[in-house]
Every structure is written in C-alpha cells, then in structure tokens.
Design a protein around this ligand. Structure first.
Ligand SMILES: [Zn+2]
Length: 326
C-alpha cells in the first residue's frame, strides 16, 4: 500500500534547528569563497565543502522530522477475532503486534470490531497484551449492539472516554450510540431504541461538556483528535454499497459533527470499511484504517501509523501485513 501522506512539515522546524543548518551553510559558503580566492581546488577542499552541504541538509531533515513526530499512534482495526469470515484473524493480529513492537510508536488504538463476544475479546486482549506500549480500545458494531453495551463495558470499561498521548488529547467515541447497526440489510436508517437514545444523549452531552477544556488545551498548544469505528460519511462513493450500515446518518451525524467542531477536532481515525482511505468531509479529515482480518472490498490487510505533529497535522502511513491472508 502506498505511503499516502507523509511529508516534512516546515512549520514544525524550530528556529534553533534552522540556525544550526544556517551555520553549516555559512561555513560551506565561506570555504567555497576562500577556495575561489586562493584559486586552488584540491580534492580535499571539494570533500570538505560537500560534507558541510550534506550536514546542512541532514540537519534540516532530521530535526524537522524529530520536531514533527510529536506523537505516533498505531491503529489496528476490524481485527474480528472468531469471525467465520476471518479464519486467520488471530495469526494476523499476532503478526501486526510483532511489527508494531519493532516500530517507534507511543500508543496503539484498536478502532472496533474486536471480536464476536467476550471469549473472543479476551483472546484479542491476550494477544494485544504483548504490545510494548499502552493499548486503547474503541467499540465497533460487532462488539456493541443497540441493547448490550453493558457486556462490552464489563470487559473493556467505558465505551467512550478521553486519553492522552504526549501533546495529543484523543476523544474515543462509541459510534454504535449514533445509529442502529444491528441490521446490515436495512435500506433506511433504523431508529435507536429508547434505551439507546438515552445513552446516545449521555455521550453527546459528555462530548459537549469537554468543549471548554479542549478549547483551552488547544489555546495552550495541545492537539485534539477523535477515534470511532464507523466513519461519518462516505469517501465520495466508497464504499459503493449505499446501505446506511456503512456511515453515521442524521440526526446523529449532525449532532456528532456539531460536537466535533466545537471541540476543535480536525482529524478523526476510523475503521469499519476494511479499507485504507483518507478523505475530507465536513472540515474534518477522516483517516480510515485497513483491517487485519478480512477484505470485503478487496485491497490489502494491514494497519495504520499516524504521526501527529505539534501543529496538529496527522500524517498517516498505511502498513501492509506481508504474506497475510484473510
Ligand atoms: Zn464494523
């Protein structure tokens, strides 16, 4: 899978780093002028000049990357332990854990569809316990249905919460409280039962209660992002299936978008599609991670690695699982 959006953010290069680069360039220029004046161009002079120029470039690139690598979050999604459609789910998840342990990451987030019930969740947790960094869970529509969130909460704790990774505040959202996903075949958005409507209102109230805190955090230089299982809208025609199962529908979509905008969220990590997608919708960039388990829309099994810069840019790299099969 290609690296879709990894670049150097020039605004993150500090003045100190620029000063160091300028010092290398100044020395390079002085040496060149001296050599020109003397008129003697030995091989040694050329090597020294080339070294200074090379060091200036290396300084700029390495420091800009260090400065921009504010926080790195690996995202596993749709790991689907025990699903009949994903017989290699456990072995693929184990491979992904081993790959992530060889990377420099600060934290791992699992963006839903963990497994088919408590026994499978515990199996997922035991594989993910091998990660060297903290892991944070987000429920998917295979984990939480309209009436059973208490079962999920008994194993994982809260289905919506906030955690911090370095300079980044991450808002975890339960997208199953923003629509009824119990019937895959529904052709119009089914309503939420009264019980789940109340839970939905509680979660949205909780999001809105964080607005002042997060606006102050942003003013103080922190970054706020969100994670949820189901993306809020299609990526301009993807998935090609037009059923409401694939996205958040109104009235919950508008309620959630209003809360996200008030919170200052500019980037959301999501899953559910089993496909690597990055797209802008509603003044937010949606980073949809691929699945480690199965491929309903083709593509490649893998996971995502997000580098979140001090300036609040989320640079997403999709990593393939080599030799993995669904
Ligand atoms: Zn899903």
């Amino acid at each position: 899978m290609p690296n879709k959006s990894f670049d150097v953010n020039w605004t993150d290069v500090t003045s100190k780093h620029l000063a160091l680069m300028k010092a290398f360039l100044a020395q390079f220029w002085r040496d060149e002028m001296k050599i020109s004046t003397i008129g003697i161009w030995s091989a040694r002079d050329h090597v020294r000049s080339a070294c200074l120029l090379f060091m200036a470039i290396v300084t700029l690139v390495s420091f800009s990357r260090t400065a921009s690598a504010q926080a790195v979050i690996a995202q596993l999604s749709d790991i689907h332990l025990c699903s009949s459609k994903a017989p290699h789910a456990a072995i693929n998840l184990t491979s992904a854990v081993q790959m992530i342990n060889r990377m420099t990451v600060d934290s791992v987030v699992v963006s839903g569809d963990i497994g088919e019930g408590p026994t499978c969740w515990l199996q997922a947790k035991s594989i993910l316990a091998n990660l060297k960094v903290p892991v944070h869970y987000v429920p998917g529509n295979h984990d939480v249905h309209t009436l059973d969130v208490s079962v999920y909460r008994s194993i994982f704790g809260s289905d919506y919460y906030r955690f911090q990774v370095k300079n980044v505040d991450v808002i975890v959202i339960d997208s199953q409280l923003l629509g009824n996903y119990d019937n895959y075949s529904a052709t119009s958005p089914p309503p939420l039962p009264t019980y789940t409507q109340a839970l939905s209102a509680q979660m949205l109230n909780w999001m809105n209660s964080l607005v002042t805190t997060e606006q102050n955090a942003i003013a103080a230089g922190r970054v706020v992002i969100a994670v949820q299982h189901i993306p809020v809208a299609r990526d301009y025609g993807f998935p090609p299936d037009t059923k409401p199962y694939w996205i958040i529908s109104d009235p919950y979509r508008t309620r959630e978008m209003n809360a996200l905008h008030a919170l200052g969220v500019k980037n959301v990590l999501a899953g559910h599609w089993h496909s690597a997608n990055i797209f802008d919708w509603g003044n937010i960039t949606w980073h949809v991670a691929p699945s480690t388990s199965c491929l309903p829309w083709g593509g490649t099994l893998g996971f995502a690695v997000h580098t979140i810069t001090a300036a609040g840019n989320v640079l997403t790299e999709f990593v393939d699982l080599p030799n993995a099969v669904p």
